[in-house]
Design a binder for this molecule. Structure first.
Ligand code: UDP
Length: 455
């Protein structure tokens, strides 16, 4: 019998490609063939960052293909979220359609298209070819619920019909969900009217497009977002994806990374006592001003604790040369770092992947959210799960060095209150992906569904 074959289409950003790649690795392990579609730019970054062993793995298990994203002539615009999503919408649908047409012409079986939930058009393309389809949300269910609640927000007079908040107010979509501030809604906090309008319209469009999906999967955990899943039971939690469904080797977690991972930092961590190191990483978009970097660097020094600091695409932190307590790397094997016993606290921008990876390892957080869904995730961490604190800004919008030291000391203090709760959250997450867990069950159903009809 022919092997089932799934076409996977992530939104072309790091925080989307990585969880969809984990999902693909999980499906591949169940005997499903995968074609993973990246933009040419991301494809090249991924190939250049692969370790040798991962190279072989990818060749055997996952077929990486690429299509243009339309920004080949203006690469600097690729890091601007509004620009990228606009270009994605203009170029990618036709390219994906052409690719599917070619596959069909070559009699390639396509059992299912798994598309990023933010690429509603990909679900429509699959529907057009009568291919079965699933949407995958790499963010919290609460983020999706916010998108589904847009009409209600308009009806309740909280936002204009173009998404602009009418009032600055803290709302809660249902008891138990994280509180949200209207001026920090996902589409608002881009701080650019044009981008706000585009993202808002895209969210409305996506809501419509995904109505025709067979599955709405979410990289989250039922027990961590009971209220959000209660509001929309059609959203099925399957997270944290790629964890204890024992994908085996940790080194393969690098597949899908846009930058090569600096693995030396793991040796550096080996030299530190358990729970002593502060891990500082803000995901794939740099956003910190020079002044903020300076305050953060001094504040971290004031804690007198060892620090592992990821710069990503942001500026180099102003660390004094020869400071033995601080290790700076461009890109770390983050999942492995967070599971290292030396880590005691995670200073994070609260991207959803980072949130899951920290919480899933029982690490408490100090939060510095910047945009998009990061404020929702921060509210989960600080207010709902209570496994971290947020840095407060001063009147100039800067987190001062003293605030940095104060919050980190509080989270890492000896009674371990935050760590204890984080360990409880970890337990809950691990149970969900273990046999009999909710995520495990949903994944199992999905895989069986794919296999039941191979065409
Ligand atoms: N990441 C990594 N190495 C690093 C920093 C981040 O591998 O040094 C990974 C991290 O494990 C996570 C992803 O990059 O899976 C970032 O996703 P997240 O949703 O946290 O943030 P985003 O980049 O989307 O803002």
């Amino acid at each position: 019998m022919a092997r089932p074959h799934v076409l996977v289409i992530p939104y072309p950003a790091q925080g989307h490609v990585l969880p969809l790649m984990s999902f693909s690795r999980y499906l591949a392990k169940q005997g499903i063939q995968i074609t993973f579609i990246n933009t040419v730019f991301n494809h090249n970054c991924i190939i250049n960052s692969l370790s040798e062993s991962s190279h072989d793995y990818v060749e055997d298990e996952i077929n990486l293909v690429s299509i243009p994203d339309g920004l080949e002539d203006s690469p600097e615009e690729r890091s601007i979220p509004g620009k990228l999503s606009e270009s994605v919408l203009r170029f990618m649908p036709t390219k994906v359609e052409e690719l599917i047409e070619r596959m069909i012409a070559e009699s390639t079986i396509i059992s299912c298209v798994v598309a990023d939930q933010s690429l509603g058009w990909a679900i429509e393309v699959a529907a057009k070819f009568e291919i079965r389809r699933a949407a995958f949300c790499p963010a919290a269910a609460a983020s999706m619920v916010l998108g589904f609640s847009i009409q209600k927000l308009v009806d309740d007079g909280l936002i204009e019909s173009d998404g602009t908040p009418k009032v600055n107010k803290t709302i809660q979509l249902s008891p138990g969900m994280p509180k949200m501030e209207t001026d920090k809604f996902v589409w608002v906090c881009l701080k650019n009217k044009e981008s706000q309008k585009n993202i808002f319209e895209l969210m409305l469009q996506n809501n419509k497009s995904i109505e025709s999906t067979d599955w709405l999967l979410c990289n989250s955990v039922y027990e961590l977002e009971t209220a959000a899943f209660g509001l929309y039971p059609q959203i099925l939690p399957i997270g944290p994806i790629g964890w204890s469904q024992s994908l085996g080797d940790d080194k393969f977690t690098s597949i899908g990374s846009f930058l090569p991972q600096d693995r030396d930092c793991l040796d550096w961590l080996d030299r530190h006592i358990p729970g002593s190191v502060i891990y500082v990483a803000f995901g794939s978009f740099g956003f910190m001003s020079k002044v903020q970097l300076e305050e953060l660097a001094i504040g971290l020094e004031l804690t007198k604790r060892p620090v592992l600091w990821v710069t990503g695409s942001g500026d180099q932190p102003p660390i004094k040369p020869g400071s033995g307590l601080v290790k700076v790397v461009r890109w770390a094997p983050q999942r492995e770092v967070l599971s290292h016993r030396a880590i005691g606290c995670f200073v994070s921008h609260c991207g959803w992947n980072s949130t899951l990876e920290g919480a899933g390892n029982g690490i408490p957080f100090v939060c510095i959210p910047n945009f998009a869904d990061q404020f929702i995730n921060k509210a989960y961490i600080c207010d709902v799960w209570k496994i971290g604190l947020e840095f407060e800004q001063d009147e100039l919008g800067v987190v001062s060095k003293l605030e940095v030291k104060k919050k980190i000391d509080e989270v890492m203090r000896n009674d371990g209150e935050y760590t204890k709760r984080a360990m409880m959250v970890k337990e809950v997450m691990m149970k969900s992906v273990a046999k009999d867990g909710v995520s495990y069950g949903n994944l199992d159903k999905f895989v069986n569904w794919i296999k039941e009809k191979v065409n």
